[in-house]
Design a protein around this ligand. Structure first.
Ligand SMILES: Cc1cc2nc3c(=O)[nH]c(=O)nc-3n(C[C@H](O)[C@H](O)[C@H](O)COP(=O)(O)O)c2cc1C
Length: 198
């Protein structure tokens, strides 16, 4: 069976980032589950602010586009900025919204609280793009749960990030199969409007 393809998006521009530490942890777990994993680290991507008319000419967009198009699932990782995801993450979503229909998303948030509203905001954006979301997100507090230099230290967070990796691979495989069948078929499913692009 084809490996589930997962793209992790790291949405903090902090050099030492708790979000990055959690994303790296999930990445390692996904690799152990034999998913095909790619990382888009928005610190390195140099994605300028989205301008619709020139977006497809942007070099960073062109570099990322094949990965995003081929992905079955995504993990979106963001810091909590005033109860919202980072501007960098929102900018990424603005570029790639067309590629999200019928794909599965998991959410990770570095927050001093529980990161509920940033993860809900990402979930709303993904719902708006006809993507599926896991029914929970995982947040960690810098210092007590996760060290921004790169280490996840709390066992609760370790367990929840491990769960996220498993759920993403398992449900992602099921949703991928259904999505592909709907794209190939002729039933009036919500994927029907993407058939001409598949
Ligand atoms: C501009 C800004 C706004 C923030 N707003 C919140 C907030 O509303 N709630 C919260 O819990 N933490 C907030 N924080 C703290 C960050 O979410 C927290 O430090 C997080 O661990 C940063 O993640 P990073 O290390 O991956 O960048 C804010 C930090 C910054 C810089």
């Amino acid at each position: 069976m084809t490996k589930v393809r997962v793209v992790l998006v790291m949405g903090s521009l902090n050099e030492e980032s708790a979000t990055s530490a959690m994303i790296q942890f999930v990445k390692a777990r996904l690799e152990a589950l034999e998913a095909q994993v790619d990382l888009i680290d928005l610190r390195e991507a140099e994605l300028p602010l989205f301008q619709p008319k020139i977006a497809k000419e942007v070099p960073a967009y062109r570099d990322m586009e094949p990965l995003v198009r081929e992905a079955d699932c995504f993990v979106l990782g963001s810091p909590d900025y005033h109860g919202m995801p980072s501007g960098a993450m929102k900018n990424f979503l603005d570029y790639f919204w067309r590629e999200f229909s019928g794909k599965l998303f998991g959410y990770v948030c570095a927050s001093d609280e529980k990161g509920l509203t940033p993860m809900d905001a990402m979930r709303v954006a993904i719902r708006q793009c006809y993507g599926w979301s896991l029914p929970y997100g995982v947040s960690g507090v810098e210092g007590s749960d996760v060290r921004p230099e790169g280490e996840v230290v709390s066992s609760t967070l370790t367990d929840r990030l491990t769960m996220l990796a498993h759920d993403l691979v398992n449900y992602g495989g099921v949703i991928r199969e259904r999505r592909e069948r709907d794209l190939d078929g002729d039933h009036p499913t919500f994927m029907a409007n993407l058939r001409s692009r598949a």
